[in-house]
Design a protein around this ligand. Sequence first.
Ligand code: ADP
Ligand code: TRP
Length: 329
Amino acid sequence: MERVLSGIRSTGNLHLGNYFGAIQNFLKLQNENDCYFFIADYHSLTTHPAPENLFENTRQVLIEYLAAGIDPEKCTLYVQSDVPEIPELYLLLNMNAYQGELERCTTFKDKVRKQPDNVNAGLLTYPVLMAADILIHRATKVPVGKDQEQHLEMARTFAKRFNFMYHTDYLIEPVAYNFGNALVKVPGLDGSGKMGKSENNAINLIDEPEVIRKKVMKAMTDGGPTVPNQPMPESIANLFAIMKIISEPDTYQFFIEQYNSCTVRYGDMKKKLAEDIIVFTTPIRERIKDISKDADYLNKVAKLGKDKARASATETISNVRKIIGFRSF
Ligand code: ADP
Ligand code: TRP
């Protein structure tokens, strides 16, 4: 039995990238392993959400997790800020995380480029908090998308460094995990890059059919292939990549063959893709609506998750404190 952990920031609705990058793999693991799933609300503070939105965002993400199939009876589903041992471990790990390595992190460099007016220390030490999230439960497998690979490598570095420094093997080096395959990157609909909450190019699990149709029909395409078996430009390759993930293999194959013989009509392809996405998201959307109404259930889930997560976290932090040399008077 493995210890599995994953998390998502509470910064917006879940989209297909989150589902196929992180959640789907977690769902396959939650039946037979010791699994933890959490909502990273501390991480969301780097972008300064308004106090009146902080709780609502967390609540919404919790609802969407549940609707996507995360089972609070099978795994430990909790909110990061309910577990004070995580920020404590973060503080301890920060003492051995170096400015240079944090500044070299690609997600940090990205943020510096995108939000030069808000380069705060929380952004710089984001990978340390993420390492604390993982190491606090001594998780071995972390189902995440491709964009999180470097963060996982940093978590391994921090665990290794701690172990080396204190002559122990207590902290476990986690690996980014995808079921038997390479890590997934679901592309966006805007012709380049990954699908992301802040990129304005995402299809959300909660989107109504009309919204999905509009978004897909607006996706960038070109004039179509003119030579058989011509290589695809990125925007077209992205559409095919989404279709490969969401549609039946026959559908994907059908449009690939049409592309290769220069007979493809992107309008038809997008229509089919939109309908396949709708078939996939509709049951999840309906569950989101149902669960939203059930405040008692949500309270119960959060309370249960908090207790289970703290039981595991207090054990780790107490051992880490002992290893570092803290003693009580
Ligand atoms: P976002 O990138 O939209 O802000 P998060 O950062 O909260 O979403 O990501 C949560 C999880 O979803 C991570 O495991 C991340 O790797 C995964 N993920 C997000 N977008 C994608 C994507 N386009 N393709 C694959 N996985 C993704
Ligand atoms: N950094 C992750 C993201 O942006 C979210 C996250 C925070 C996470 N802590 C984690 C994911 C721990 C896996 C494990 O997608």
